[in-house]
Design a protein around this ligand. Sequence first.
Ligand SMILES: Cc1cc2nc3c(=O)[nH]c(=O)nc-3n(C[C@H](O)[C@H](O)[C@H](O)COP(=O)(O)O)c2cc1C
Length: 243
Amino acid sequence: MTPASSFFDLIRGRRSVRDFLPTPIPEALLQSVLADANQSPSWSNTQPYRIAVASGAVRDRLATELTERFDLGMRAQRQGWRGKLQLLTRQRHVLPDGDFETNFAYPEDLQPQRRATGHGLYELLGIGRKDHAAREAQMRRNFEFFGAPTAIFFFVHSGLREFSVLDAGIYLQSLMLSAHAHGLGTCAQGALATWAGPVREAFDVPADYKLIAGLSIGYASEHAINHYNPGRAKAADFLLAHR
Ligand SMILES: Cc1cc2nc3c(=O)[nH]c(=O)nc-3n(C[C@H](O)[C@H](O)[C@H](O)COP(=O)(O)O)c2cc1C
């Protein structure tokens, strides 16, 4: 992936990166991406978010703790009621403790788009519809940050209700576009909001701030997954008709 030279290239050239080189990000480069994201507009300029950057040993520890939770949770699911009982009695720390619910029923009208995005990705990876083990392994990659040297966690001020989430989304997009302009790849990850405990243990997070998402950032590998483009509906498809 090459840095973009115009906004047209920048907005169309960014893709979610799901396989990273272990190469660390130079500190000055990361700081300039964060400084760009910091220019984002927000409700009354409140900038109602906090950002936790995990690199090096902190990143490694979080990857270990999150994948451990994922593995134990998946194993319990495979064991049926027996596994679930074990989770509830002896492995409660494995249960999702996110500040927001991440595992909810999708609205029916959004399902086709969601399925198409997932199927397209698995097809590109040669993973069949019934290959649950391979799907699980791909899902697991979320929690080792797809091999990225750095993970960023985003917290929003609960006092500003949904509007802080809106502001964090704008910040996230600024960060992803700046990263792309600087030759870095990113993947925004709702999955990283599943467990808040390990992240809160690693960082000094004020009580009012809730974990809304994470993001992996680093240098993209040559893996085909990084060229996956799920496409978009036409811009006109979002326009509401006049009554
Ligand atoms: C808020 C948010 C949460 C996301 N969560 C995940 C995630 O948990 N895992 C993942 O692999 N991709 C995640 N994505 C990436 C989307 O799947 C991706 O942006 C979408 O399919 C469009 O593809 P593109 O980013 O390559 O344009 C997330 C994106 C956003 C904006």
